[in-house]
Design a protein around this ligand. Structure first.
Ligand code: HEC
Length: 152
């Protein structure tokens, strides 16, 4: 097991540890997910139940500037946009907007549940390709960093 450095990674490790304890701990296969539809075979068929379980790859270079910002502006803010009049939101909940990194971080768990990795219920139509959803999961799992934070 790798040593986590940030809180989210530590949390993910904790969750995995708990999941292992629940079983007999005989195998080190951490991708087991009982009860879920593990149809996705991307990245080795791993299916995570929550963002906290989703690991951040050590070498991840995705940032708000290079990935997260363009992603939500392409796929989300046409409905989840603060500047949109209420009747232009196509029923996206009022106040649930994804344009700034603060908004995205605040709702990271909910965004992941609907749009990242194996989750594909948002956007409702014109869904991004699986590889893009996988990248969204990666960026969120890494704490939705900015360029400046990646450079640290
Ligand atoms: C075509 C308009 C549209 C687009 C584009 C869209 N959404 Fe939505 N979104 C909705 C509607 C309508 C709802 C409320 C109904 C529902 O929850 O399915 C919603 C609800 C949500 C919720 C609330 C679920 C909850 O936790 O209560 C989240 C999170 C969400 N969207 C995320 C996203 C993300 C992330 C994107 C971009 C990848 C996105 N949406 C793109 C229309 C849209």
């Amino acid at each position: 097991m790798r040593c986590g450095v940030d809180v989210r990674r530590a949390l993910a490790v904790l969750v995995l540890a708990c999941a292992c304890d629940a079983g007999d701990g005989a195998s080190d296969d951490e991708s087991e997910s009982s009860g879920s539809e593990s149809s996705g075979s991307e990245s080795g068929g791993e299916v995570w139940m929550t963002l906290a379980e989703r690991p951040c790859p050590e070498e991840s270079m995705l940032s708000w500037e290079s990935f997260g910002g363009p992603y939500v502006r392409s796929y989300c803010s046409s409905c989840h946009g603060s500047a949109l009049p209420a009747d232009m939101r196509q029923n996206a909940p009022l106040g649930l907007d994804f344009e700034t990194i603060e908004q995205v971080r605040m709702h990271a768990d909910r965004i992941w549940m609907r749009a990242a990795d194996q989750n594909a219920t948002m956007p409702p139509v014109g869904a991004p390709a699986q590889d893009e959803r996988t990248l969204l999961g990666e960026w969120l799992a890494c704490g939705a960093p900015t360029d400046a934070e990646l450079g640290e």
